[in-house]
Design a protein around this ligand. Sequence first.
Ligand SMILES: [Zn+2]
Length: 117
Amino acid sequence: MNEISDFTKCKICKIIPDYKSVEKLHTDERLPKEVKELQIIGGYPINCQVRKCTLCGTYYNYYYDHDSQSGVGEGYTDESIERITPKKAQELIKHILKVFPDFPSDLLEPELVVKSE
Ligand SMILES: [Zn+2]
C-alpha cells in the first residue's frame, strides 16, 4: 500500500515538498537546498532528471527549463521538483533508456530490478 517510502522520517526528504515549482529569474523563491543533495540517477542531459534520496530511497522528478531567447519577452527560468513513486520512477527510467540509448546506464539499470519488499 505504501508506494512512497516513509520520507517523513528522512532529514532530506521531510524538507522537500511533494511538488514545488519556482521561477528563478523574476522571483527570489528557490527550491530547498536539500534538492541538491539528491543523487542524480539519470535523465535528459540537461533539464529533466530522475533523482533519488541516498538516505531513504525516495524518488523525485527534477525539471529545469530556461528560456534564453533574446528579445522575445523577458525570458524565464523554471525549476521544479516532484516526489514520485518507485513505479513512476521506473517508467521514467525506461523512457530515458529508450530515448537516450547512449546515456550512461550504470546507475539506471539497477533501478529496474524489482526489489522484494
Ligand atoms: Zn530521503
